[in-house]
Design a protein around this ligand. Structure first.
Ligand code: ZN
Length: 427
């Protein structure tokens, strides 16, 4: 990985700011998260009422929490939500009771295999309450009575998600989607949110070819809600990427779309392969993050997923060890660099038609050799022109040219620009 610049540090600072908030699939934690992201890029925030039918699902009641703890007989908080939002089972119904440890145990979640860590647990669709704590903490709790309090509200309200759009030269869209429903976990998925946010900011510095739509939504129900409310827009979504677990120190992993050969699959494969980075490409599975929804057969979008170490393949996954120290500025910067490069390829990958296809056109007469003068890669640039002319039959795009010729995509795209300027090819 390249040395960290200010960009990596800024993304990490954003992760640190977002990390403590108690997010869930609904509620004020999501809103507070979007407020902070909104300081970096303007967001359009959507509030969808409880009970709204979204595809086969229904928007649930909104969950909010103010305090939660388990206190011992002396009143000391042995488990305290104020120390970490992981300590409460997500979507816990309210409770205020005093009960013996033997009964309390049914509501306690630990990781006996990782006794020092607090697990992340939720119960969205089955009403219950619970606490998550380190096994070591539980082992130190003597028998006796404990006071438990969960000051939460489950009530009709809204599901909140947000979009940021970078307008392009065409209405066809690329979507970038990140889940914003996990509480105090850094890699999963505040790192993805930070990378998406900074990517959105960069893209807005020029007018990209595609229109880029960033979706910050709670996992599953949020993506389903977006799809339900954007049935017509989906036609215009040509490519997409789900960003998750984007900041750990492991190597990059790209998971293909369900189609397996969508434009994004080819571009990500090409960029990762030619970048020389160690990486993994996984086939699609109907599990994971919101690619599941975007790739469901009714929509069948060309949406892949980029992670560093994928979910559940690192021991810190869904535990208190997934904290801001677990994500690195350099890793986030590296993830951003790959997506930046991939989108640059997506944006320039066109099919052209050779307007002088009978024999090779005379390049010298058109000043095309001189145009290459001074380039350190003159020979490559010349080969790129010949390849573009040869494959510009309306069937092959510039990525095909780069793959078949083995030439860098940038060189091929520059050759196409020169040939188009000379009137030898047209899109
Ligand atoms: Zn997760």
């Amino acid at each position: 990985m390249a040395p960290v610049t200010r960009l990596g540090e800024e993304m990490h600072a954003l992760v640190e700011r977002l990390y403590p908030l108690c997010r869930s699939i609904t509620g004020d934690g999501v809103r507070a998260t979007l407020d902070i992201v909104g300081e970096y890029v303007p967001l359009r925030v959507h509030e969808v009422p409880t009970g709204t039918q979204v595809l086969d699902w229904t928007v649930p009641q909104e969950w909010n929490i103010r305090d939660a703890y388990v206190a011992d007989a002396s009143g000391r908080r042995v488990v305290d939500f104020k120390e970490s939002s992981l300590h409460v089972l997500g979507y816990s119904v309210p409770v205020a009771a005093t009960l013996p440890l033997s009964e309390l145990r049914e509501h306690l979640h630990t990781l006996p295999e990782q006794p020092g860590l607090v697990p992340y647990r939720t119960s969205y669709y089955k009403p219950q309450w619970g606490f998550c704590l380190a096994q070591e903490t539980l082992d130190r709790m003597p028998d006796g009575e404990y006071e438990v309090l969960i000051d939460s509200t489950l009530a009709d309200g809204h599901l909140t998600y947000a979009e940021h759009v970078v307008p392009g030269q065409v209405a066809d869209e690329v979507i970038v989607s990140c889940h914003v429903c996990h509480p105090s976990l850094a890699n999963d998925n505040m790192a993805g949110v930070a990378v998406a946010t900074f990517l959105a900011r960069e893209l807005a510095e020029r007018t990209p070819y595609y229109t880029y739509r960033f979706i910050f939504a709670p996992g599953t129900i949020g993506a389903i809600t977006w799809l339900a409310r954007n049935a017509e827009r989906v036609e215009r979504v040509k490519h997409g990427l789900v960003l998750a677990c984007a900041g750990d120190r492991g190597q990059l992993t790209y998971k293909r779309s369900r189609r397996g050969d969508a434009g994004i699959d080819r571009v990500m494969g090409h960029v990762l392969r030619t970048s020389g980075r160690p990486h993994t490409v996984d086939e699609f599975t109907p599990y994971g993050y919101d690619e599941r929804q975007y790739c469901s057969p009714g929509f069948d979008l060309g949406v892949g997923s980029l992670s560093r170490t994928p979910y559940a393949r690192y021991p810190e996954y869904h535990t208190s060890a997934d904290n801001p120290d677990f994500v690195s500025p350099a890793a986030m910067e590296d993830t951003l660099a790959v997506v930046r490069e991939a989108f640059a390829v997506l944006d320039r990958d066109r099919r052209y038609v050779n307007l002088s296809p009978y024999g090779e056109p005379q390049l010298g007469r058109r000043g095309l050799y001189e145009a290459l003068g001074g380039r350190s890669d003159t020979k490559e640039a010349q080969m790129a022109m010949l390849w573009v002319l040869s494959l510009s039959d309306g069937e092959h795009g510039l990525l095909d040219v780069a793959e078949r010729s083995g030439l860098p995509f940038d060189t091929v795209a520059a050759a196409a620009d020169a040939l188009r300027a000379a009137g030898l090819i047209k899109a």
